[in-house]
Design a protein. Sequence first.
Length: 280
Amino acid sequence: MSGPSVPFPSENELYSNAWAKDIFKGKVVFCTGGAGTICSGQVRALVSLGANAAIVGRREGNTKNVAAEIAKVRPGATVIGFGCDVRDADALVSVVAETVKQLGRIDFLICGAAGNFLSTVEGLSTNAFKTVMDIDLLGSYNTVKACLPELRKTKGRIIFVSATFHYTGAALQSHVSAAKAGVDALSHTLAIELGPAGITSNVIAPGAIANTEGMERLVARTGVPEDLKKNPSKMNPLGRWGAVSEVADATIFLFSEAGRYINGVALVVDGGSWRTGNAP
Ligand code: HXC
């Protein structure tokens, strides 16, 4: 990407100044995809507000490095990095057990692990479509199943990181659109099934978030139409891409006491973009 065709947000903070310090003291977050840009931003924000964390990524060394970086955000924080593929249900069970052994509990679950690439339907093999379904949808299911015994003990909260392209349809994204539609459906079902146990389940659907791998790939492949460069509000009513910190703010809200009665929603964090019909 040569430079922002639609302006980047000017701030690059962890989160807004809306939150009190230590609101998550004593809480533990378990996050898949935790070494990625958006999810590491979510975890960093929660840890800075008092939580400890376990993050899961496919590349063990990289995940441990990101965990160590996140831990620096608050003196005394513990952040563990695990190498684990969310397609491996047994491995997830082991990682959850190790998390509870080291951190004592799991209060918050973020299912953020995702795989994606841009391709036409004709460019996809059956295995290519299945691979994205397996990582994004089956992986989310595996993660919830592994964490559920712990979430029942803490009356925990679940957030799935989804997307908006399946609301309207989006070229080159059939596999990930189908997977994310399934993720939304999984969350809505869990909200009803687990609500009586005091567990909430919600979706955060980020739009175009600046400085992420997915966004850079998308712009590199499809570009941004010339008229949108001249008039960003045609694509996004707020006239800019989102920031990782703005996804973190939504996460803090849903996990905070202020979010205690919110269950079964998809909270779209896109500046109103998808409603324009021009969203990427
Ligand atoms: C067509 C492709 C392809 C491509 C892979 N495949 N890339 N087909 N076009 N660009 C096919 C392969 O040929 C193979 O099919 C099948 O997919 C599986 O590929 P593998 O490389 O064996 O799978 P794996 O090693 O498990 O890798 C998973 C992956 C990869 C999803 C394919 O891209 C990955 O690891 N991604 C993780 C990082 C990532 O995607 N980050 C972005 C997340 S952003 P055959 O038939 O040959 O066996 C995001 C939100 C999107 O998710 C936001 C957009 C705005």
